[in-house]
Ligand binder design. Structure first.
Ligand SMILES: Nc1ncnc2c1ncn2[C@@H]1O[C@H](COP(=O)(O)OP(=O)(O)OP(=O)(O)O)[C@@H](O)[C@H]1O
Ligand SMILES: [Mg+2]
Length: 286
């Protein structure tokens, strides 16, 4: 991808994402995996009476290197909680979280300090709300995790940040502050910031749902490019057509459990679970 000087994503040909998931190589651990994740939030913060309700009820999911997995499901089904647990932004009550074979959480035992920083560096995250620092320019926002997080010297970090911003088509916005950027541009800065520390896998939590409809396309285009480059991605999204296009696998979460998973064709067009059918019917993909 090149966006040099354009201020927008300029690509030569539409990105094509391999339809088939990369083969699992024996001995190579999944990029990220969770086993039997359990999470219950305390009742007082849920505002639904006094009983704690489980939000994740034994979720297991392994994502292979190069695989693109989309997580879909109704509001409140636990999608954000699941991917936040996958990089330990949320701490599960029980279960196992592992990245590239390294265990970061195992039934209450969690890596800390340097181990946690290294783990999170490998499992990047992009949020619905971009979470940029308002007093820093685009290039400073992107370089910050490199200088503060992994000790890359400032000049090198700025140069890497500039190249990441070019990659997402923002070559002419390096010195702009977040308030000078559109939502789509801010989200592309946030994606550049996540990519800058070279994560092994990126988790996206509804990366386009805070955007005005006309800005969704430019962000999806960046995601499409990343997918075409073979980046390992887990995407929580309500954009089912996009999920169908880029995903090797779609996971339908219902009430904190994986109700169904499979290829986009299988889950979106021929769902076997009535709850999946009812969900996808609303979006007109079935
Ligand atoms: N920090 C929290 N404290 C208390 N309850 C929470 C917290 N975070 C999430 N919940 C509750 O957990 C449930 C699942 O929330 P989650 O955000 O994972 O759902 P979601 O599938 O991402 O929904 P949406 O599509 O609306 O983003 C919801 O009932 C929510 O209210
Ligand atoms: Mg959510």
């Amino acid at each position: 991808m090149s966006g040099e000087g354009a201020g927008e994503i300029t690509i030569g040909a539409p990105a094509t994402v391999p339809a088939v998931a990369p083969a699992v190589s024996p001995g190579v651990p999944p990029a990220v995996e969770v086993h039997d994740l359990q999470k219950t939030f305390p009742p007082h913060r849920r505002g639904r009476g006094h009983e704690p309700t489980p939000v994740l009820r034994g979720v297991s999911l392994s994502v292979q290197n190069g695989e693109h997995v989309s997580i879909i499901g109704r509001s409140g089904s636990g999608k954000s909680t699941l991917i936040r647990c996958m990089n330990l932004l949320e701490i599960p009550d029980a279960g196992v979280v592992r990245a590239n074979g390294v265990t970061a959480f195992d039934d209450g035992l969690k890596v800390n300090g340097r181990g946690l920083v290294d783990f999170r560096r490998g499992v990047g995250m992009v949020f619905q709300q971009f979470h940029l620092f308002p007093h820093l320019t685009a290039v400073e926002n992107v370089s910050l995790p490199m200088t503060k997080g992994i000790g890359i010297p400032k000049l090198e970090a700025l140069s890497r940040a500039a190249s990441m911003l070019r990659k997402v088509g923002l070559a002419d916005k390096m010195g702009s502050f977040p308030h000078e950027l559109s939502g789509g541009q801010q989200q592309r800065v946030a994606i550049a910031r996540t990519l800058a520390v070279q994560p092994k896998v990126v988790l996206f939590d509804e990366p386009t749902s805070a955007l005005d409809p006309e800005l969704v396309g430019e962000v999806l285009e960046v995601l499409r490019e990343l997918a075409a480059e073979g980046m390992t991605m887990v995407i929580v999204t309500h954009e089912l057509a996009f999920a169908a296009e880029v995903s090797h696998r779609i996971v339908f979460l219902h009430n904190g459990e994986i109700a169904e998973q499979g290829s986009p064709e299988q889950v979106l067009r021929h769902p076997s679970n009535p709850r999946t059918l009812s969900f996808v019917s609303q979006f007109g993909t079935k």
